[in-house]
Design a protein around this ligand. Structure first.
Ligand code: SAM
Length: 285
């Protein structure tokens, strides 16, 4: 479909609308206005979004657009836009597409030349970072960390060697295990750590301190509610031989060959491969 062949005014637009992450008042005037005026709202869970729409007396019909029907929903939305209808995309909370459905729809519509308009608003990683007290100008957002295996260790290494703030999401069930996994890495215990909990809600809380202190907090009080975790960068990470040897041992446990381990460790810790090779032999035995 080529949108260029139709007069512009006959083609609808897709609006990506951020919604609150807890406090229903965190809607912008433009977000309310857009949701009232589009022809249809594509929602991650129409039952969840009903509460928000009722709060703002928005009567626009909804259609589902979630992880399991996104490909089909994308085609339905494209057909609606072709009919000249405007569509808004919302998720259960916060900014759609940020660890929420919507990427495939936006990718499709952009590729096909449709207009996609962004209506910014609440986004939990940004809300957490802004009030964390950690450096904010440069940061890396990691989404949810991989749950196991090499991918998880790689994410831990990324956080360990980062020279700026790292932001990620975690469930209350896994928070302690994840923080303890990071704490087990050399030179991590004294790093700044902030967990933003239940942001914009009644029990909003920021737990901050060194990683060791935050681990102690979650050891004594169970993690509850929704959470964003932020790790500050180390002053300067001094990569010592023990750190390289430990990283090599982890790779060995993962079943990597000696040369593959050396390559990955050198990359992860940002040290020369020759330095890693010099330590490889005892670690690889
Ligand atoms: N798109 C959403 C956004 O913009 O915030 C994120 C969606 S993701 C599926 C849900 C995760 O975001 C939660 O498990 C939690 O880690 C984080 N989150 C959402 N709302 C939160 C809140 N009010 N306080 C802290 N974290 C929150």
């Amino acid at each position: 479909m080529d949108t260029q062949t139709k007069p512009k005014q006959q083609i609808g637009k897709l609006f990506i609308v951020a919604t609150p992450i807890g406090n229903l008042q965190d809607m912008t005037f433009r977000a309310v206005d857009t949701l009232k005026n589009v022809d249809i709202i594509a929602a991650e869970d129409t039952r969840t979004s009903r509460k928000l729409l009722d709060f703002y007396a928005i009567n626009t019909p909804m259609m589902p657009c979630h992880d399991h029907n996104e490909a089909k929903a994308g085609l339905q939305i494209m057909a609606l836009l072709e009919e000249g209808k405007d569509v808004a995309l919302i998720s259960d909370a916060g900014t759609p597409l940020i660890n929420d459905p919507g990427y495939h729809v936006v990718h499709l519509l952009r590729a096909e030349g449709f207009d996609v308009v962004t209506i910014p608003g609440a986004c939990s990683p940004i809300a957490a970072l802004a009030a964390s007290g950690l450096p904010t100008d440069i940061f890396t957002y990691l989404g949810f960390l991989p749950r196991k295996g090499k991918a998880r260790m790689d994410a831990f290494n990324t956080i360990q060697v980062a020279s700026h703030t790292q932001v990620f999401l975690e469930s209350p069930k896994r928070i302690l295990k994840t923080l303890q996994g990071l704490q087990a890495l050399p030179q991590m215990g004294e790093r700044p750590c902030v967990v933003g909990r239940e942001l914009t809600k009644l029990y909003e809380e920021f737990i901050s301190g060194t990683l060791n202190e935050v681990v102690t907090h979650f050891t004594t009080s169970a993690g509850r509610g929704e959470m964003v975790v932020m790790m500050g960068a180390g002053e300067t990470l001094v990569v010592d031989d023990a750190m390289i040897a430990q990283a090599l041992a982890v790779k060995k446990d993962q079943g990597l060959s000696a040369s593959a381990s050396a390559k990955e460790v050198a990359l992860a810790l940002n040290v020369s491969r020759s330095r890693v090779y010099a330590l490889l032999h005892p670690a690889a035995e």
